[in-house]
Write a protein that binds this ligand. Structure first.
Ligand SMILES: Nc1nc2c(ncn2[C@@H]2O[C@H](COP(=O)(O)OP(=O)(O)OP(=O)(O)O)[C@@H](O)[C@H]2O)c(=O)[nH]1
Length: 352
């Protein structure tokens, strides 16, 4: 997972930390606990050797020698790292991270590491990694959403409509969420709102039966808005907690099908509209999220097939660009392969 991105970030870390090493100089000031330590490191060692006992001298010397090795600092000019930062920006763009997000990450890293004096501990690479991590974390934490809290606190039944283009994993994600909710002792109704694709009703019926949740369906070719409406009425009548409504995959460019989606939302007044797309689609997924959001609007995204994603670009960009949180990540084809999105977890993965 995210191997290409990991390699690119690791290359950047190496180049940037070599530059820091080139510019690093010993810290010249004495520390507060060692008032005698002179500006030039050699002098205080001589003085200590004359005044202390043999053992004290040894310890003092070792301590100060260590301080000299580790207490270094650097200051980088923009010109020192211009090329490396440009390469970082290219790497981020090649990883399908949106332009605005790539620019933000580069600006953050520059602000953090360039132009001001910084102390170096033992590890220059860690300094660079921390700056990158902080920025990516900020970008991804721009919009966060706790699905479980939402379900717990919202008036029942919570009606969730899933939208997106064909084959991105809507049906599978609905099944995974139904399975997850059931494990949390919530009662679930699934609406077979994809009345368009042949076999879609049967596909979701198999999931509903396997998971053990109620399915509301009409005939193929029926009005999906009516299916979702009926599912919500059923849920109200039976005190169900959540309605998960499938819809047919549609291109955001198909005006009629987008109008149908608007009708579904008008008729059933969803509490949450979740846009589903594949993490592997990169920038395309981000653009489609924006286009769906113009039509319905969307409250958050689910990125599927993250397990097969080597670039990580959609996951890093989508919440920042759309202003809507990632709610879940799909990580495989089994019901358990769904994780609630956590930016810290994600950032740890790309630096693991
Ligand atoms: N590897 C992987 N495969 C997934 C994931 N989510 C879904 N899939 C697979 O993607 C394929 C399409 O999934 P569906 O759930 O049928 O997609 P859909 O969006 O409902 O498709 P339409 O009904 O055509 O709109 C299936 O083979 C799923 O098993 C995931 O997180 N990881």
């Amino acid at each position: 997972m995210f191997n290409k991105l990991k390699n690119k970030l690791s290359g950047f870390k190496q180049n940037f930390s070599s530059k820091i090493e080139d510019k690093a100089t010993p810290v010249e000031e004495s520390s507060a606990t060692e008032p005698e330590a002179a500006a030039e490191g050699g002098r205080f060692e001589e003085k200590e050797a004359v005044t202390g006992t043999k053992d004290e001298n040894k310890t003092g010397f070792a301590h100060k020698a260590k301080a000299l090795v580790f207490e270094r600092e650097f200051i980088l000019d923009e010109a020192d790292v211009e090329d490396i930062l440009w390469e970082l920006e290219m790497s981020l763009l090649e990883s399908d991270i949106a332009i605005s997000v790539s620019e933000k990450i580069v600006t953050d890293v520059k602000q953090e590491l360039v132009g001001s004096r910084k102390k170096i501990g033992g590890n220059t690479s860690k300094i660079v990694e921390d700056a990158l991590k902080k920025s990516i974390n900020d970008v991804m934490s721009a919009n966060v959403f706790d699905f479980d809290e939402f379900i717990d606190n919202h008036e029942k039944p919570v009606n969730i409509v899933f939208v997106g283009i064909n084959g991105t994993g809507k049906t599978t994600s609905i099944a995974k969420i139904a399975h997850r909710l059931k494990a949390m002792n919530k009662s679930v109704v699934i609406a077979a709102g994809d009345t368009f694709r042949a076999g879609a009703i049967d596909q979701i019926a198999v999931h509903a039966e396997r998971i053990g949740v109620k399915l509301i369906k009409h005939q193929e070719g029926g009005d999906p808005a009516a299916v979702v409406y009926d599912a919500v009425q059923y849920a109200k009548a039976h005190d169900s907690d959540v309605v998960l409504s499938d819809t047919a995959g549609r291109m955001h460019t198909n005006v009629n099908l987008m109008a149908q989606l608007q009708k579904i939302c008008r008729v059933s007044a969803p509490d949450l509209v979740l846009f589903v797309d594949e993490a592997v689609a990169g920038n395309d997924a981000v653009e489609r999220a924006e286009q769906f959001n113009e039509a319905v609007p969307v409250d958050g995204s689910i990125l599927t097939k993250t397990d097969a994603d080597s670039k990580g670009g959609a996951a890093i960009s989508i919440a920042y660009v759309t202003g809507k949180p990632i709610v879940f990540l799909g990580m495989g084809q089994d019901y358990e392969d769904l994780i609630k999105f956590d930016p810290h977890w994600f950032v740890d993965q790309i630096f693991s």
